[in-house]
Design a protein around this ligand. Structure first.
Ligand code: URA
Length: 213
């Protein structure tokens, strides 16, 4: 498993505004959307392309277009939905799958309550959207679901990560696995608290995106 921390002043600026507890839901949503697009730029750095030639108004130009099959983007319900538009802006032809996991607030263990994924992901590049890599339980589960369906590589885009979650991912997906697993994030914070929240973090990403329901 590889980790990439996006080192860019715009990423840091938007993340700081997201962390601020005074940032209200409409602004939080817009900033998440913008931050995901910046992270997606890094996350898609190795996306497969094929060579093509196009006729410009003044001659032929060699270029590339995204290779088939289309990438698959998988937002993790519920908070990952707030990241979908920002990702789709860069990969508008990507197919979209969904996985829903809910965390038991006592055991902090996440269980799958919904999944809509293609059964065969051979040759597919897959991108998981989950804002907070906290204990790593959710991301290990979703990444395993994709690899078990044959995904060649899985890139998770997380607004924030905790060292505990990154360690759990690295243990579950050592770099000598055939499938390549990467985490792209805006920052790695200090630690988790006793409730499994990232410290200093930004709070409950789902609540801040969609309200407390
Ligand atoms: N999920 C969140 O929304 N926030 C955290 O800090 C950890 C998990």
């Amino acid at each position: 498993m590889q980790t990439l921390i996006a080192d860019h002043p715009l990423v840091a600026h938007k993340l700081t505004a997201l962390r601020d507890s005074r940032t209200e839901t409409p602004t939080f949503r817009r900033l998440t959307d913008e931050l995901v697009t910046l992270l997606a730029y890094e996350a898609t750095r190795h996306v497969r392309v094929k060579p093509v030639s196009v006729q410009t108004p003044v001659g032929m130009a060699d270029g590339v277009k995204l290779a088939r099959p289309n990438p698959l983007v998988v937002p993790v319900l519920r908070a990952g939905i707030g990241m979908l538009d920002g990702m789709a802006r860069l990969l508008p032809r990507a197919d979209v799958g969904f996985v829903g996991l809910a965390r038991d607030e006592e055991t902090l263990i996440a269980g799958v309550y919904a999944a809509r994924l293609p059964s065969d992901l051979a040759e597919r590049e897959t991108f998981v959207l989950d804002p907070m890599l906290a204990t790593g339980g959710t991301l290990v589960t979703v990444t395993s679901m994709l690899i078990n369906r044959g995904a060649a590589n899985v890139t998770a885009i997380c607004l924030l990560a905790a060292p505990e979650g990154l360690a759990r991912m690295a243990e579950a997906f050592p770099s000598d696995l055939p499938a390549r697993v990467r985490v792209v994030t805006a920052a790695v914070d200090a630690r988790l608290n006793d409730n499994g929240y990232i410290v200093p973090g930004l709070g409950d990403a789902g609540d801040r995106l969609f309200g407390v329901i």
